[in-house]
Design a protein around this ligand. Structure first.
Ligand code: COA
Length: 144
């Protein structure tokens, strides 16, 4: 079963071991994300993605309660676990977590235009383009 667990002292090394191949450099390295999670401590929510007891991915949410806007800041599934439906389930877990908090009206994310897998996944979950492009990335929104 796919679950999200906060990055903690038991799983952070496994998260750091997940590295994207050269043709999938759509996301910053996890060591960079965990540094940002400390710097942006109030909003950053870093999670290890588990399949049962195994860490198979990483996701960092942007938890901006003041603006009632959540974001998917970073998201990756380790290469050997891609294409098995885990990414979709992890995104569904994240959306459910955000909804269940009752603190948000929208979820935002973005992707680089050549990332066709991300585009397909996000569209199929109901995200729609806002029309904005940020640093070359297409911004999408899901109204909750
Ligand atoms: C994007 C990513 C998180 C998706 O995770 P995943 O576990 O591989 O995705 P899933 O297996 O749940 O598949 C999701 C959808 O994409 C499709 N898909 C998956 N891999 C694919 C591939 N290589 N080519 C085409 N479609 C693909 C699946 O068919 C599925 O669609 P469907 O349910 O309509 O059939 C993962 O590929 C990844 O980590 N990529 C590199 C980092 C990245 O791009 N992160 C997102 C930044 S915005």
């Amino acid at each position: 079963m796919i679950t999200l667990k906060k990055v903690n002292e038991d799983n952070y090394r496994k998260v750091l071991e997940i590295k994207m191949p050269d043709d999938q450099h759509f996301v910053a390295p996890n060591v960079y994300s965990l540094a940002q999670a400390w710097v942006f401590y109030e909003e950053a929510r870093p999670f290890a993605i588990y399949n049962d007891d195994e860490v198979i991915g990483f996701m960092m949410l942007d938890w901006d309660e003041k603006e009632r806007e959540a974001g998917v800041w970073r998201f990756m599934i380790a290469l050997k676990h891609q294409g098995k439906g885990y990414g979709r389930k992890a995104m569904e877990c994240a959306i459910n977590l955000i909804k269940a908090s009752n603190k948000f009206d929208n979820v935002f994310l973005d992707y680089v235009p050549e990332n066709v897998v991300a585009k397909h996944l996000y569209e199929s979950l109901g995200f729609v383009p806002t029309g904005e492009i940020e640093d070359g990335e297409i911004v999408m929104k899901l109204a909750l």
